[in-house]
Design a protein around this ligand. Sequence first.
Ligand code: CA
Length: 232
Amino acid sequence: MRLLLVEDNLRLCEYVGEALRARGFAVDAVECGSDGEAAIATTAYDAIILDLGLPDMDGLAWLTAMRKSVNQVPVLILTARDGVDDLVTGLNAGADDYLRKPFELEELVARIRAVLRRPGHVLGSQLTHGNVSLNTHTRELTVNARPVELGRRECGALELLLRRADRVVSKSAIEEAIYAFGEELASNAIEVLIHRLRRRMQQADADIQIHTLRGVGYMLAPVSENRDAVGE
Ligand code: CA
């Protein structure tokens, strides 16, 4: 399980990071919101531990923006703030749980394990649908248990589709999930990318495919269904 720890108190950050690593978690620690943003843009974390008082931004604002971009990674808030209002706002903004500082390390570990177990999130590093399986840690894709090479962006798009399998994923959600802020993007970039990804899956004999719902988005579904909805 890979965790992102966003905490500007260096001592606390090191202490918590070390303790979590000792318990078998892979932990990336950053000290400000912008580094956190950069981290989640490139890495699929299983959970985020988020301090609310960050030097460059408010943790709540960051969380709200993250949820808008359909990132549903579990988030546990750490806060030194006493008020109930902040916690309610945090939970409304999409946090899964919170801990007030100072806290006991064992309680933090227990709460992280609890959010990782919680239904509603598609958890685990292995996302599987039909004969298609993607390891979100190693970015290895297998179809029919055979490895398939995929580019970073195709991989990101497929991960999003797998996480929301059988639901429609909008073009803009895919854009936001795989392109960093400010990155140049051709108007047909997503169509081209989906076309490539669809072809790779067909070549590999996947039993699910990407359906296009014109003007709405994309959706993974078994090959036999909705053939007439398939477009390029
Ligand atoms: Ca802080």
